[in-house]
Design a binder for this molecule. Structure first.
Ligand code: ZN
Length: 141
């Protein structure tokens, strides 16, 4: 039987009813980081807690990637099947900016400041049949 496995351990809750990205927040200075880290990027303190990040934020900057990505972003695509995709930073409430793929690759449908929500969808299929789940940002309709 094939399984659904997350693209990396500790990036988001999985499996879960309501999957969410996992970040770490510094208990000393309050700065949040994604992906989670064992020490604070701002003050180097190690008094950090892992927390689920908000699912919605605002598109901070974006671009459309028109070339095959290199590992570790290998999606299993070939030069023939590759489709340009949007990639961007989404600023979540609390100030943490998360880089991720966008579900949209049409520049006319993307604009800085628009509201985005995180979704968890198949990213690629492994040779053993397992589906790798990644996270994407989708414009909120
Ligand atoms: Zn800190």
């Amino acid at each position: 039987m094939s399984r659904e496995i997350p693209i990396a351990e500790g990036l988001f809750t999985w499996p879960a009813e309501q999957p969410a990205l996992l970040g770490s927040r510094c208990n000393d200075c309050g700065v949040a980081t994604f992906p989670q880290a064992s020490s604070c990027m701002a003050c180097s303190g190690e008094n950090v807690s892992v927390e689920e990040l908000p699912r919605r934020g605002k598109l901070w900057t974006w671009t459309v990637q028109r070339f095959m990505p290199k590992a570790p972003y290998d999606s299993g695509e070939t030069m023939e099947t590759f489709q340009p995709y949007g990639v961007g930073y989404v600023e979540l409430p609390g100030g943490v900016r998360v880089e991720g793929r966008l579900t949209e690759n049409d520049p006319s449908r993307l604009s800085i400041g628009m509201e985005m929500e995180v979704v968890f969808e198949p990213y690629r299929t492994q040779d053993n049949g397992d589906t790798v789940i990644g996270f994407f940002f989708r414009p909120v309709a």
